[in-house]
Design a protein around this ligand. Structure first.
Ligand SMILES: Nc1ncnc2c1ncn2[C@@H]1O[C@H](COP(=O)(O)OP(=O)(O)OP(=O)(O)O)[C@@H](O)[C@H]1O
Ligand SMILES: [Mg+2]
Length: 414
């Protein structure tokens, strides 16, 4: 199945085209952009979705040509197919001059589309994409302060660095209460704010001075409290681009305050791990954050990690998922002693402990690009308690937090 993106502000044209694609089969649509994206947005979609084909509609020729140029210089491996309502010879000439080889005008002929995709498939098969930039960028976001997010981000990063051929960057983006420096007893004077300030001219000489290396893991801590520090979108993008080219996987620890730079990073992330604990306030805030992320069109990147689980939970798994309005992707056991021992030693939790094994399992699934399937949200809340009644959620359990797509599937598509 070939992976594709569609850029098409003309909704009815797009729906018609998608219907035909579906009938033909062999091409999956990862995302439809209903507006022509700005360059950085376009490239972000290309990085996070890694499409093989980009379908772009030509109703605004100037914007279409801009997209074609940007793709040619930044992602030449992605095959372009232009769709159009018109077969105007001037339009076709302009597209040809821009180097476009595949144009599909109305009326869409399934046979012509099949042939066009066939030609494109041949090119893709001959030149499989060799990208030197990792797509394994993961955000760790607390539902509520103290959920254990930093602990989870750190231990997942360490477990990732134990995977074959995976060097890892762990960056602390909690500029007020960042704890990684303390937890790992790091003494590097430089921090993420220095990295941001030098983002535009980052190079292989400067970078090693900014990070602290521990085997295959590099850590960029957040330095001293720096509440006023603002990071610009361009700084973030440059830093992440640099990191993507130099690491096999990247883990970002967020504060949970949804700063602008934090949202920028989440937009760049392959997956956002929302870390919560099996307690009502934490679950409630996880639901709120998920709803907020859905408004930003980031909802389908979210996976819930339920931290500090005990065997006899006060709230049943069904109630937890009903409160969250989404499935739990992974449960991590409560291990106060294990986490405490690791903290005092300035390292990760024991990999053979129950908690350590869960981090190992999570890390392996991330490099193998398959998260454990999340169970569907239970539609029949436990009969035991009137908790859902109490929280006024009973009627909304089969219809979780509002979502434009209504999707609650959390297993990544790719
Ligand atoms: N699985 C676990 N078992 C036992 N204790 C844990 C576990 N995970 C985290 N903790 C403990 O929970 C506390 C909060 O952890 P941590 O600082 O990682 O959370 P956080 O969500 O990053 O918090 P903050 O909001 O301060 O950033 C710490 O004392 C940590 O040791
Ligand atoms: Mg933290």
């Amino acid at each position: 199945m070939l992976r594709s993106l569609i850029i098409c502000p003309d909704r009815s044209l797009c729906e018609h085209f998608e219907d035909i694609l579906l009938d033909i089969g062999g091409v999956g649509v990862l995302r439809v952009l209903e507006k022509y994206p700005h360059t950085h947005e376009l490239l972000r979609h290309v990085r996070t979705s890694a499409p093989q084909i980009l379908f772009v509609s030509a109703e605004d020729l100037e914007k279409t040509l801009l997209i074609i140029r940007e793709m040619e210089s930044n992602a030449p491996h992605v095959q372009l197919i232009v769709i159009s309502r018109s077969a105007d010879p001037n339009l076709l000439l302009e597209l040809m001059r821009a180097g476009v080889r595949e144009v599909l005008p109305l009326p869409f002929q399934p046979q012509a589309i099949r042939e066009s995709i066939g030609r494109v498939r041949e090119v893709i098969d001959k030149k499989p994409v060799v990208s030197d930039a990792t797509e394994l960028l993961f955000s760790f976001l607390p539902s509520k302060a103290g959920s254990g997010t930093t602990t989870v981000a750190l231990n997942t990063a360490v477990a990732l660095s134990r995977q074959p051929e995976t060097n890892v960057l762990l960056a602390d983006m909690d500029l007020n209460c960042g704890l990684l420096r303390f937890m790992l007893k790091l003494d590097n004077a430089y921090s993420v704010t220095d990295a941001a300030e030098h983002a535009l001219n980052m190079d292989e000489n400067l970078w090693p001075q900014l990070v602290s290396s521990m085997g295959k893991l590099d850590v960029l801590h957040s330095g001293r409290m720096n509440p006023g520090f603002r990071m610009e979108g361009t700084q973030i993008r440059h830093l992440l681009e640099f990191a993507r080219r130099h690491y096999g996987a990247i883990c970002i620890d967020h504060s949970g305050n949804m700063e602008k730079y934090s949202i920028e990073i989440m937009q760049e992330s392959k997956r956002i791990f929302l870390v919560c604990t099996p307690e009502i306030p934490s679950l409630h805030l996880a639901r709120e954050k998920h709803a907020f992320l859905k408004q930003l069109d980031l909802g389908d990147k979210v996976s819930v990690l339920l931290n500090r689980c005990v065997r006899r939970q006060v709230i049943s798994p069904q109630q937890i998922e009903a409160l969250l309005g989404m499935p739990v992707t992974m449960s991590l056991p409560n291990d106060y002693n294990g986490v405490h021992r690791a903290l005092t030693a300035g390292k990760a939790v024991d990999p053979v402990s129950e908690l350590g094994k869960v981090f190992e399992q999570l890390a392996r699934s991330l490099v193998e690009k398959r998260l454990p399937s999340a169970a569907p949200v239970s539609e029949t809340p436990s009969k035991k308690g009137g908790l859902l009644d109490f929280l006024n959620l009973k009627n909304s359990t089969s219809n979780p937090a509002p979502s434009p797509s209504g999707a609650t599937a959390l297993v990544p598509k790719g």
